[in-house]
Ligand binder design. Structure first.
Ligand code: HEC
Ligand code: HEC
Ligand code: HEC
Ligand code: HEC
Ligand code: HEC
Ligand code: HEC
Ligand code: HEC
Ligand code: HEC
Ligand code: HEC
Length: 407
């Protein structure tokens, strides 16, 4: 009796472990087989879930009719509008998800419903992104996995599948250039070329599940999540109230949003300076821009002159490493000045420029002294070489004289 129960239990567990869906689909070919092939890389497979956990049906029987029986809840192919609710059946269930990952968020569907994607899908537009457009389907990986389509390095291409598609976007009167522009930005360069994972990918600025464009007034706040000091300066500057009133998007006015280029003094002065878009050269704003440009250029040139002098001394074999280290720290003052530009007042820039100039002057002196020392040493070398040669010549003459006398 006991044995029979045990036997039944074993049978039952064998049946539960069996996944007839996977077995049969693995040999069907084409689009019916693809899900089964991909599934070995899927996080759900790794966690012990099977096809029927999403598609319904009975995974314990080999009879296709019985396995894919609508009476057993078989759903067939999942309609695009039904995907978010399907995923959220588990991902919105804290008691299930936290068994696997105690800290995991369970608000993806709630967030998704607030996004432009979610709102449009709810209105029946299936061209927008749902969960599987971003995460893939049947080979869903953990988001930290470098092969996941939502990994920061791969996310731009995932969004670009739709957002770089001109015909798809024209229906919504949306630009399709975000991807191209982003790939030319300082942010992509920092992320992809220097491996700096603190630089933003698309979702850092737009949110992942709540994907929406930052509203005009919140652009500075979005940038400020990382560039904290700059946001503070900007918020206190004369531009903040007027830009807000104009409906102009904070940082974006001068830096753009997707194609953010390396900033330089060219933004302040010369043709195509950003300030000249709004300020005449003779206005208070125009004069402030010119003054700041002059100060920054002056500091940059002074630092360069010191760098070149010290480098020459080093090549000539002089010991100037200490001054070179000091000068690198001097460069920091130029960075501080660039940050201080965001007060849009020359007085704010003047202080770091003054400190930088002091370092430049001091290290330039060190460089000059080293070059002078090197000349003295070379002169000394020539003198001592001449003395040695003279001695040798004297010796030679003396030997000749001795030889003559001997003969
Ligand atoms: C013995 C083979 C066999 C088994 C077992 C089987 N399937 Fe299928 N499945 C098929 C074939 C053949 C088709 C294509 C013909 C059809 O739609 O009936 C199919 C189609 C499907 C489709 C696509 C339906 C559509 O509308 O496009 C899904 C989804 C699917 N199966 C899931 C499952 C799941 C989940 C299970 C397990 C509960 C399962 N299958 C078990 C053979 C099988
Ligand atoms: C995490 C949920 C999930 C799991 C697990 C899952 N599927 Fe799917 N499957 C989906 C969704 C969602 C779609 C619809 C995808 C789309 O819209 O492109 C789908 C689509 C399909 C299709 C239709 C493909 C097509 O191009 O017409 C088949 C067949 C299928 N799944 C079979 C399987 C099989 C076999 C397994 C197990 C190896 C499986 N699925 C496991 C969610 C899942
Ligand atoms: C527009 C693209 C996009 C859509 C649509 C999307 N996700 Fe995500 N998802 C992401 C990104 C990006 C991440 C975060 C990756 C990271 O943290 O680096 C993420 C993370 C996750 C995580 C890990 C936990 C977390 O919240 O960070 C889960 C689980 C998840 N998504 C499930 C879903 C579900 C369920 C849906 C549908 C309701 C969905 N996602 C829709 C892009 C998307
Ligand atoms: C039957 C329950 C169930 C369904 C349905 C389900 N998932 Fe999951 N999913 C889980 C569990 C459990 C985990 C493991 C816990 C975790 O990693 O968050 C997981 C993990 C994930 C992860 C990895 C998150 C991470 O930690 O990096 C992603 C992404 C994900 N699921 C997306 C989806 C998407 C998209 C759908 C719908 C197509 C879906 N899931 C449907 C249960 C489910
Ligand atoms: C499956 C295609 C698809 C994918 C993938 C996709 N989107 Fe979208 N997205 C759309 C469509 C279509 C719209 C247009 C909806 C509208 O504006 O009415 C849209 C709208 C948006 C909007 C709102 C634009 C506006 O001003 O109305 C933002 C922001 C956005 N997507 C960001 C993203 C980001 C970031 C990603 C990647 C993480 C992404 N999308 C992935 C299709 C997609
Ligand atoms: C550094 C932050 C940042 C990053 C990174 C970023 N965006 Fe944007 N995005 C913005 C801002 C700011 C706006 C404009 C909001 C406004 O003007 O109201 C915007 C607007 C958009 C829009 C609305 C249409 C438009 O062009 O104005 C879409 C769609 C969009 N971004 C998609 C993307 C995609 C796709 C990526 C990744 C390839 C991406 N964004 C990366 C900040 C960012
Ligand atoms: C997720 C964090 C993050 C967000 C959000 C962000 N940035 Fe950045 N930004 C960085 C990082 C990291 C760098 C690279 C710093 C470096 O290596 O010089 C950077 C670099 C820059 C640079 C170039 C700095 C230099 O000296 O070369 C500018 C300009 C810039 N960001 C402007 C913006 C603007 C404007 C926004 C909003 C539209 C924004 N950033 C949003 C993290 C962020
Ligand atoms: C009115 C125009 C303007 C606005 C608005 C503006 N910036 Fe700038 N920003 C500049 C100029 C000009 C420079 C470069 C000065 C130089 O290199 O000489 C600069 C430089 C930078 C740098 C480089 C600093 C460094 O470390 O080298 C970053 C980062 C930056 N801005 C981010 C931001 C952020 C974030 C915002 C919004 C909070 C913002 N900017 C708003 C004009 C602006
Ligand atoms: C989008 C237009 C716009 C851009 C670009 C812009 N400003 Fe302004 N700025 C204004 C407006 C509007 C005011 C307030 C009215 C005024 O005083 O002219 C202002 C005020 C100022 C003031 C205060 C003037 C005063 O009378 O006290 C200074 C200084 C200034 N801006 C400097 C700059 C600098 C430097 C740049 C470039 C880095 C710049 N602005 C870029 C529109 C702009």
């Amino acid at each position: 009796m006991r044995r029979a129960t045990l036997f039944l239990l074993i049978l039952a567990s064998l049946a539960a472990a069996k996944d007839s869906c996977l077995e049969c689909h693995a040999v069907l070919g084409d689009s019916l087989q693809k899900p089964a092939d991909a599934f070995k890389n899927d996080v759900h497979s790794a966690r012990g879930f099977g096809c029927a956990d999403c598609h319904g049906g009975n995974a314990a029987t080999d009879d296709p009719q019985a396995a894919m029986s609508r009476a057993r809840g078989f759903k067939g192919k999942i309609a695009r509008t039904a995907v978010p609710e399907l995923c959220a059946r588990c991902h919105g269930d804290a008691s299930l998800i936290h068994k696997y990952k105690p800290q995991q968020r369970v608000d993806q569907l709630t967030q998704y419903r607030t996004s432009v994607h979610g709102k449009r899908l709810a209105a029946g537009d299936t061209a927008v992104a749902n969960c599987v457009d971003c995460h893939s389907v049947h080979d869903i990986r953990e988001v930290r996995n470098a092969l996941s389509p939502v990994h920061p390095l791969r996310l731009p291409e995932t969004c670009a599948r739709c957002h770089a598609d001109a015909s798809r976007m024209s229906k919504y009167k949306l630009e399709h250039t975000q991807f191209d522009e982003y790939r030319q930005s300082v942010h992509w360069a920092a992320l992809a070329k220097r491996g700096d994972l603190s630089a933003p990918s698309c979702a850092s600025c737009h949110g992942n599940h709540g994907a929406t464009p930052p509203q005009v007034n919140s652009v500075a706040a979005v940038c400020g999540t990382c560039h904290v000091l700059l946001e503070q300066l900007y918020n206190k500057s004369p531009h903040k109230p007027v830009f807000t009133a104009m409906g102009a998007a904070g940082c974006e006015v001068c830096h753009g949003k997707h194609k953010i280029e390396p900033p330089s003094v060219k933004m302040l002065s010369g043709d195509g300076s950003v300030c000249a878009q709004c300020h005449e050269a003779s206005s208070a704003g125009g004069r402030a821009a010119a003054e700041m440009a002059k100060q920054m250029t002056g500091l940059d040139q002074a630092l360069r002159r010191s760098e070149e002098t010290l480098e020459l001394a080093r090549v000539l074999g002089m010991e100037v490493s200490e001054a070179q280290v000091e000068l690198t720290a001097g460069r920091e003052h130029l960075v501080k000045a660039r940050v201080a530009v965001h007060a849009f007042q020359p007085a704010a820039v003047a202080q770091p420029v003054k400190e930088g100039l002091a370092v430049a002057a001091k290290t330039y002196e060190t460089g000059l002294a080293a070059l002078k020392e090197s000349r003295v040493r070379r002169f000394g070398l020539v003198v001592s070489l001449a003395a040695i040669l003279a001695t040798l010549a004297g010796l030679w003459l003396a030997i000749r004289a001795l030889e003559k006398r001997g003969r």
